[in-house]
Every structure is written in structure tokens, then in C-alpha cells.
Design a protein around this ligand. Structure first.
Ligand SMILES: Nc1ncnc2c1ncn2[C@@H]1O[C@H](COP(=O)(O)OP(=O)(O)OP(=O)(O)O)[C@@H](O)[C@H]1O
Ligand SMILES: [Mg+2]
Length: 213
């Protein structure tokens, strides 16, 4: 607990989140053990650098990450604050019951990467403006492979002092590209003061030894 408090106080952006007054319901997402646990234990501090969400299929990582991203002002299907599209609205109502405790500073940039809906984010990027494509390195994600588009995003769209959420970024990555992403994540959290939360099953990412705070 002392460790948690220490970590939490260092975070410049999101320090802590808790679930407040959830309905007493047996339906999704309130029936998920992780949601009940976080409610009963007062939530979780977030590291100032990198936090991994790890667990079996169906334990609620994506549900929690999506709720955090929405509560932090991002689009449920992925993207930044500027992305307001929904191809099929399926987000849970959990974000409405999440309370985020922010540090003294606000991130300069935010982005939520969801592997399974990045195609839709790419379409929205093209619709929004050329500036959005320029921000990804000048090539539309639709003109890149799945993995290339993820690497472009992290190289060009993720900046210092940013807040980033990623759901299974490894989904599109070759082992070699995964090493590149580990190097980029290291740079972002260890040298560029970013806060990143990643839901992952990737042994490579989990074994990366990136310094967390
Ligand atoms: N829109 C939804 N409506 C009802 N139940 C849902 C919905 N989305 C997810 N669930 C259920 O909630 C549980 C948690 O799903 P979630 O996608 O958050 O798991 P996860 O930990 O991300 O799993 P994975 O590792 O497979 O990505 C699952 O049992 C799933 O079937
Ligand atoms: Mg998931």
C-alpha cells in the first residue's frame, strides 16, 4: 500500500481511479469480478509511467481500459479527444461511474489505441483532415499494413507529456516490430514523461523491463 501511495503521488496525470456508486446489478459490466473488486477496494493508483493490465481472456481488461479512456476524454472506439465517431456504439456505462483523480498537470496529447477498431479510427482520420494524416507521418493508416499503422501511430502521433491507452497493441506486430514498440515505449515513459496504460497478453511486452515510474 505504501508503494501504491508513493507511485500515486508521483503521477502527473491520472493518479488514481475509483468506481463510485455503481448500480447493484447482475448485468455487464457491473457483474464483472474486477469491477466489484475495484469498487470494494477503493480503486487503483496508476503509475506515472507504464501500467500493464494483464489477465485471462474475459476478465475485463478491455472494459476497464475503455472506461478509463472515455473518462479521460477519449473516444470509446479509439482515437483522441477530436474523434467523436461511433460505428457501432457498444461501450459499457462503466465510465460514468469512474472517478479519476488527476495530478497537477494535464497531458499535452491523448490517444486510445484499440487493435480491433483501428480500421474505423483510420477512416475517421481520413475524414477529419490532412493535418490528422500528417500527424501520423503523412500516410493514411489505410495505405499502411495493420502493423505499420500501429508503428506510425506510436512514432509520429505519440509525443512527450502525453497520456496513452493501448489495448493489445501486439495484435498487429511481428516480433521485430514488437521490439521497436518496446524501444518507443521506453523512450516515451522513461525520457518523455508520458503516462501509458497497456492491456496486453504479449510475453515480449511483459518481459521488456521498461522502467515503470
Ligand atoms: N458489450 C458487452 N455486452 C455484454 N458483455 C460484454 C460486452 N463486452 C464484453 N462483455 C463481457 O465482459 C467480459 C469482459 O470482456 P473484456 O472484453 O473486457 O475482457 P478482456 O479481459 O479484455 O478479454 P481479452 O483478453 O479476451 O481481450 C467478457 O466475459 C465479455 O463476454
Ligand atoms: Mg480485451
Amino acid at each position: 500500500m505504501d508503494h501504491f501511495r508513493q507511485v500515486s503521488e508521483k503521477s502527473r496525470f491520472i493518479r488514481h481511479f475509483r468506481i463510485e456508486n455503481p448500480p447493484d446489478s447482475d448485468s455487464y459490466p457491473f457483474r464483472l469480478p474486477v469491477v466489484k473488486h475495484l469498487y470494494e477496494t477503493g480503486g487503483l493508483p496508476l503509475r506515472s509511467g507504464l501500467t500493464f493490465l494483464v489477465g485471462e481472456n474475459g476478465t475485463g481488461k478491455s472494459t476497464l481500459l475503455e472506461a478509463l479512456a472515455v473518462a479521460a476524454g477519449m473516444n470509446a472506439e479509439g482515437g483522441s479527444q477530436n474523434y467523436r465517431f461511433a460505428t457501432r456504439s457498444s461501450e459499457s456505462s462503466l465510465s460514468q461511474y469512474l472517478s479519476l483523480v488527476w495530478g497537477m498537470e494535464k497531458p499535452r496529447s491523448r490517444f486510445f489505441l484499440r487493435a480491433e477498431t483501428y480500421y474505423n479510427v483510420a477512416t475517421e482520420t481520413e475524414r477529419l483532415s490532412f493535418d490528422q494524416i500528417a500527424a501520423l507521418g503523412g500516410v493514411s493508416p489505410h495505405a499502411r499494413s495493420h502493423g505499420e499503422s500501429f508503428v506510425d501511430l506510436m512514432q509520429h502521433r505519440f509525443h512527450a507529456d502525453g497520456l496513452y491507452f493501448m489495448d493489445e497493441p501486439e495484435a498487429a506486430l511481428s516480433p521485430h516490430a514488437c521490439l521497436g514498440v518496446i524501444a518507443r515505449l521506453t523512450e516515451l515513459v522513461e525520457h518523455q514523461r508520458c503516462q501509458v496504460v497497456v492491456a496486453t497478453h504479449s510475453p515480449m511486452l511483459l518481459a521488456s523491463g521498461i522502467h515503470a515510474d
